[in-house]
Design a protein around this ligand. Structure first.
Ligand SMILES: Cc1ncc(COP(=O)(O)O)c(C=O)c1O
Length: 379
């Protein structure tokens, strides 16, 4: 029997009530019933982002909001510090370059978290840098970066903002926008928000809005000021992604019912269970020092053809996991535990991984990872 278990770090599984909400008949995005939906999600997004500021809703994937953050905040010739410790860190640099912004890279070995001291040095060397771009959770390596420490470095600098890609962080672990003075926080729908891909969200602090006023980079679709004006009327600037936003209403309701604290604790436990599970098989974590609770990156053991693992586990066991990106292709596999994932999903994923590794010739005792994960889940 074919049955799929989606354990990829985005898209993630979509709960039944969210699917049902998205299947409702179409309504017009400028009419009152839909404005009432926006009114509600506006409030619930503030709870998720832990902010008093508005959270803009964009019809794009996360990268659209990342691009918008660059084009709305910066100006021609500006300098920006970019933490590059993985594929998505590189993306910040690529977007900056596409807009003629000078990206000053802070390079970090893939699998390691940035040291806040590296960012302090970069800021001291380029005090006129207008922004520091980083990931809270670098999905390509499974690393969590020290956002709070870096935000502290930026907070005292009047003309520099911290821009956080929280695409696999928001709704995964605690990242309080206002309390940590995060100027720009970006996320997307297909991760902890338990929705299909296609929505992006961005929240700006007062400092960020001030910078945005001065920005002279070209922008049209991703014009944050225009979106903010529309949001005040419970609308989006262009045709809203009506069905996705109706799904968002349901997913945010779920998050509110569970409560952020419980949600973070659940995800942390699933992440820990996954890590302990794979370690019990003698496997090494790719990011042992600062693992993200979004996904666990696992080193493929010597002598095993790593590129085959995601294919075999999907084709033979119906479990979807991710391989490595760029130079990590074939070297790591990644299992997600964010969003609509529970203990039994993780146990199934580990069991399937054991079968595949065994088929590929890796010596293991069947059930070892499941037992270790269960010990965590029982605690
Ligand atoms: C940390 C991070 N940043 C950016 C992106 C890009 O988002 P999207 O594919 O939604 O444009 C992803 C997607 O996996 C991500 O995990």
């Amino acid at each position: 029997m074919k049955k799929t278990l989606l354990l990829t770090p985005g898209p993630t599984p979509v709960p039944e009530d969210v699917l049902e909400a998205m299947a409702r008949p179409m309504i017009h995005h400028r009419h009152e019933p839909f404005r009432a939906v926006i009114e509600k999600v506006k409030q619930d997004l503030k709870v998720l982002f832990q902010t008093k500021n508005e959270v803009l809703i964009l019809g794009s994937t996360g990268t659209g909001a990342m691009e918008g953050a660059v084009s709305n905040l910066l100006s021609r010739g500006d300098k920006a510090i970019v933490v590059r410790g993985g594929k998505f860190g590189e993306r910040w640099g690529e977007i900056c370059e596409a807009y003629g912004v000078q990206a000053i890279p802070v390079d970090v070995e893939w699998g390691k978290a940035v040291d806040a001291g590296q960012v302090r040095t970069a800021l001291d060397q380029a005090p006129d840098a207008r922004a520091v771009f980083l990931q809270a959770s670098e999905t390509s390596t499974g690393v969590k970066h020290p956002v709070r420490e870096i935000a502290d470095l930026v907070a005292s600098r009047e003309n520099t903002v911290i821009v956080v890609d929280a695409i696999t962080a928001l709704g995964v672990f605690d990242i309080p926008t206002d309390a940590w003075k995060l100027d720009v926080v970006v996320t997307g729908s297909q991760k902890a928000l338990m929705l299909p891909p296609g929505l992006a969200f961005v929240c700006l602090s007062e400092k960020a809005w001030r910078l945005a006023k001065e920005s002279d980079l070209p922008k049209y679709y991703f014009d944050f000021a225009k979106e903010k004006k529309n949001l005040e009327k419970n609308q989006t600037a262009y045709t809203s992604s009506v069905s996705l936003i109706m799904g968002l209403e349901a997913s945010l309701e779920r998050i509110k019912q569970e409560g952020l604290k419980n949600l973070f604790a659940r995800t942390e436990k699933l992440a820990r269970a996954t890590r302990e599970g794979v370690k019990a098989l003698g496997l090494e974590l790719f990011a042992p020092e600062s693992p993200s609770e979004a996904c666990t990156a696992i080193k493929v053991p010597e002598g095993i053809d790593g590129a085959k693992i995601p294919t075999l586990i999907r084709e033979n066991h119906g479990v979807a996991i991710a391989g490595g990106q760029a130079h990590l292709k074939g070297k790591i596999v990644r299992i997600s535990h964010m969003g609509y994932v529970n203990a039994y999903d993780i146990l199934s994923g580990l069991a399937a991984l054991e079968f595949v590794l065994q088929d590929l010739g890796y010596p293991l005792e069947l059930g070892a990872s499941v037992r270790a994960a269960m010990a965590v889940l029982a605690s």
